[in-house]
Design a protein around this ligand. Structure first.
Ligand SMILES: Nc1nc2c(c(=O)[nH]1)N[C@H]1C(S)=C(S)[C@@H](COP(=O)(O)O)O[C@H]1N2
Ligand SMILES: [Mo]
Length: 405
């Protein structure tokens, strides 16, 4: 088949599976198979246990689903995403310093020791999630890394407040934005480097920190050693890694990775367009996390004997509004019940949940989960999940099908 016809064939495939879904009785059956994706291998990298590798230049490493059976993601299982391939293999603390310059009275260069000793340390647990996490679920398929649910993790972050550091450099009153970049470089000089812009109000938040510790240890090199910007409640494109420089701006200046990339259609509250459609003229930046939950265990296709006790567990989170309930279904979405919520590790953390049940009937059994927060916000079902051309912000109710034998 020539490539064009093959593409048409695949699109017909999508439509056909969609039609089956609409005719189906329960919305648990809506995770119809996509044409199967290339199975990424499990590979170990420095400071990492095996992770699902989507690319090695730059490293794109995904956390396997079962790791989300705990609320804290260990550093050696934490996902990795870089835009550009020329990444320092080591950092020499004798020469590394973070520069703060631009619209400030006194530009400063801070060593890691300065950041640790001159500023009040702040510590909290927060979820870091890529805007493209779970992208492989979109139908039709969108461009970008075909992540499963593992482009996310939750850690205890410790660092200095960005606000304190900006005030230390005596930021001027008319400042409007900051531009932050990392130490890595694109392979081609024509490719824009990874620079992100934050509004000054966001930069002056009490809980935005320059983190130098992750789960009580140094940050792994692949996760941005020596320091990472942590913007709790926001998607990870804002969390610049391996910081090099912060430039304070007194007026807006276009920055590729904020003004062109990481945008949602500004069409409706969901940022959705017609499936398969184009990015409209009007867009808005990816910011606050959307309420979401993921099943860690059991694993897809796991087998259990009829009558066995089955423990279902996973995590839920939102942008910091307080997860109140995680509903679970063990019959593909026909009936729902509340799961047990584990200890609260803070408003930005993963909330672990679990639910035990006895499998009664032989055959496939579809497990689902759906979180609800204090504002009453909940997750859409997969069939109601709006589509956007970049495949961002997937947050439909998760489902896993197991076999009862
Ligand atoms: N310096 C730098 N920081 C970065 C990026 C990058 O490419 N370079 N990517 C961002 C994106 S899109 C994501 S999802 C997270 C990934 O962080 P992790 O590798 O620690 O999981 O880093 C963010 N910060
Ligand atoms: Mo990302």
């Amino acid at each position: 088949m020539d490539p064009i016809n093959r593409r048409k064939f695949l699109q017909t495939g999508f439509l056909a599976s969609g039609a089956v879904l609409l005719a189906g009785k329960s919305w648990g059956k809506n995770e119809a198979a996509q044409p199967s994706l290339y199975q990424a291998p499990m590979v170990s990298w420095p400071e990492k246990k095996p992770l699902i590798m989507h690319s090695n230049t730059p490293p794109l490493l995904e956390t396997p689903r079962e790791v989300f059976a705990t609320a804290i993601t260990p550093n050696d299982r934490f996902f990795v995403r870089w835009h550009h391939a020329v990444i320092p293999q080591s950092i020499d603390l004798k020469t590394w310093a973070l520069r703060i310059e631009g619209n400030v009275d006194s530009p400063v260069s801070l060593t890691l020791q300065d950041l640790k000793t001159r500023f009040e340390p702040v510590e909290f647990v927060a979820v870091k999630q890529c805007a493209g996490n779970s992208r492989s679920n979109f139908k039709p398929i969108t461009g970008g890394i075909q992540w499963g649910h593992g482009a996310m993790g939750c850690a205890l972050w410790k660092g200095a407040r960005l606000k304190d550091v900006l005030q230390y450099a005596r930021i001027k009153a008319n400042s409007q934005f900051i531009a932050v970049n990392g130490l890595e470089r694109p392979t081609l000089p024509t490719t824009p480097p990874f620079v992100r812009k934050l509004d000054i109000d966001e930069s002056m938040r009490d809980d935005v920190i320059i983190a130098y510790a992750m789960n009580g240890s140094d940050i792994p090199l692949l996760n941005g050693y020596p320091v990472v910007l942590v913007v709790p409640g926001y998607f990870a494109d804002n969390w610049v890694k391996m910081l090099e420089r912060i430039v304070v701006l007194d007026k807006d200046e276009p920055v590729f990775y904020t003004d062109k990339a990481y945008r949602m259609p500004d069409t409706n509250p969901f940022g959705a367009v017609e499936p398969g459609g184009e990015m409209p003229q009007k867009t808005r930046p990816v910011k606050a996390l959307k309420i979401k939950s993921v099943i860690a265990k059991p694993s897809p296709n796991a087998e259990f004997r009829r009558g066995a006790h089955i423990e279902m567990t996973g995590v839920a989170f939102d942008s910091g509004m307080d997860i109140r309930d995680v509903l679970v279904s063990v019959d593909g979405g026909l009936t729902w019940t509340s799961s047990h919520l584990d200890r609260d590790l803070g408003r930005y953390a993963f909330r672990k949940w679990n639910y035990r049940f006895i499998s009664k009937k032989r055959g496939p059994c579809t497990l689902m989960c759906r979180a609800i927060n204090r504002l009453g916000e909940t997750q859409p079902l997969a069939r109601d999940m709006g589509w956007n051309p970049s495949g961002y912000q997937w947050n439909a109710a998760d489902s896993v099908t197991i076999q009862i034998i």
